[in-house]
Design a protein. Structure first.
Length: 488
């Protein structure tokens, strides 16, 4: 194996991108970038029955959103894009026929009915495994008999000829030495009756021809790797370096599944998670930097990543940790970027961002930055910055709006009306003057004033709210609150 690093992410176009798939793509990407190598995207669509329309386009868009870009690929009609296995069928057949010719594979003419009978018999005898093994009925067919059946047009598949004894071993960066008895391996189908290859043949042929140096993939493929090793040896090819990533787990240590929460990257994207936060979070699901650091940019991950620091234990998917990371990355994001995201959220909520000045929206961002985990929280936690108050928290009304309050805030409004282009310091000074004049403490004005202008009992600094809304809007909201809350 040369020192040139070439890795690939090879998903099937069967739907949304699972967060486990994102981790696999990310680790391959980080390893390639950290070693000056090449990252390849390959679409493994040989199972035509499971394809979902638009899945490939969605996959590429999701990877692009996560700042994971692939480096090469012929695409369709010569355009740049991923490698696609369904466009390489003849090549797989040629390699399968080579295995047959060299005695490492054979034609199998067993019907679907016969295979079902074998499964039933295994079940009744209590020997049914996770996947019942083929009984190798056609393995003993002579070459003449096999060719006669093939010439007669009998449907067939091509199966690999697995050694019936001995062991198959390989090294894994994460798992170290792995050994499996050949007796438990099936004579795997390589070419299906429809002419399409199975995953096992296609992945080995593609990885060799694409000069893949390191195969970094999920633990679910660990049990299939001995078959792949046998295929490499049958072809006389050098093995890549294998690294099988641990499972992602729910907090209860069960395998991560949709039954207990979201598993698709697109779902987290739709909820408003920042790509930097999700990538940071996924990177830490199995890998650690060797110290207590937790917040990383993509550039920092590229510098720090190594396969040697990827653990073999399952990694728990903790949404609370993801939320914390989203908060941290949002705090660090420049105002200009947050402004773009806020404009999108406003538009999505049916609010025209052009109704507000950039200076106003940046002021809102500054006031709310330490109080929100998601950009959408700016709208949800402080709608009063974008719409007139149409609801007053009844608990706050009960606690803060007393019989004497309308008169107090009316006097306060009169004092505010005298201010010219007030800043937040001017509002504060005016409120203190009114409190002194009324012989009350400032909080007796602060709390009902906050209720009047926001409808809520908590939020960013009151004087920041007043300065952002502006004097005239503040006066309108005080008057509206007096009218509505006095009536109630």
């Amino acid at each position: 194996m040369s020192d040139t690093v070439r890795v690939r992410f090879a998903p099937s176009p069967t739907g949304f991108l699972h967060v486990g798939g994102l981790r696999t793509a990310l680790y391959n990407f980080l390893f390639a970038r950290s070693r000056g190598g090449t990252f390849i995207l390959r679409i493994e669509d040989t199972d035509q029955t499971r394809q979902v329309e638009g899945a490939v386009e969605n996959l590429i868009d999701t990877l692009h959103w996560a700042d994971i870009d692939f480096d090469e690929g012929p695409g369709k009609d010569g355009a740049f894009g991923p490698y696609v296995q369904s466009q390489r069928l003849e090549m797989y057949r040629e390699h399968a026929e080579r295995l047959v010719a060299e005695g490492n594979a054979y034609y199998c003419f067993c019907t679907h009915e016969r295979l079902e009978k074998i499964r039933r018999q295994s079940r009744y005898s209590g020997t049914l495994k996770q996947s019942p093994a083929y009984d190798r009925h056609c393995r003993s067919l002579s070459t003449d008999e096999a060719m006669r059946k093939k010439s007669a047009g009998e449907p067939y598949v091509i199966r690999m000829k697995v050694p019936e004894s001995g062991e198959t071993s390989f090294d894994d960066v994460i798992r170290e030495r792995v050994t499996i008895a050949n007796s438990i391996l099936d004579d795997q189908v390589l070419i299906k009756s429809d002419g399409f290859p199975t995953y096992h043949l296609a992945v080995v042929v593609d990885d060799h021809l694409m000069r893949i140096s390191h195969v970094i993939r999920g633990e679910e493929w660990l049990s299939s790797t001995p078959k792949h090793v046998l295929l490499y040896r049958s072809f006389g090819w050098e093995l890549p370096v294998f690294a099988h990533l641990s499972l992602l787990l729910n907090p209860d240590k069960s395998k991560l599944s949709k039954r207990q929460g979201d598993v698709a990257v697109e779902e987290y994207r739709a909820k408003g998670y920042l790509n930097e936060a999700l990538v940071n979070f996924v990177a830490l699901l199995g890998w650690n930097p060797g110290d207590d650091r937790e917040i990383f940019t993509m550039e920092e991950l590229v510098r720090e990543f190594s396969l040697e620091r990827v653990g073999k234990s399952g990694a728990v998917f903790n949404v609370e940790k993801l939320n914390w990371l989203n908060f941290q990355h949002l705090r660090r994001k420049p105002d200009a970027e947050v402004l773009q995201l806020l404009n999108k959220e406003l538009t999505r909520a049916g609010i025209d961002p052009s109704h507000f000045s950039e200076q106003y929206l940046l002021g809102v961002i500054s006031a709310m930055r330490e109080r929100v985990t998601f950009v959408r929280d700016v709208l949800e936690k402080s709608p009063y910055f974008f719409r007139p108050v149409d609801h007053y928290d009844p608990d706050v009304v009960k606690k803060r709006w007393k019989p004497h309050t309308p008169n107090h805030v009316r006097v306060l409004a009169e004092e505010f009306s005298k201010l010219q282009s007030p800043r937040k310091e001017d509002y504060e000074a005016a409120l203190v003057r009114v409190a002194d004049a009324l012989s009350i403490k400032p909080p007796e004005l602060i709390h009902p004033l906050r209720l009047a202008v926001s409808g809520m009992g908590a939020g960013p600094g009151l004087y920041d709210i007043l300065a952002l809304l502006g004097r005239d809007e503040v006066l309108r909201r005080i008057q509206t609150a007096i009218e509505r809350l006095t009536q109630s």
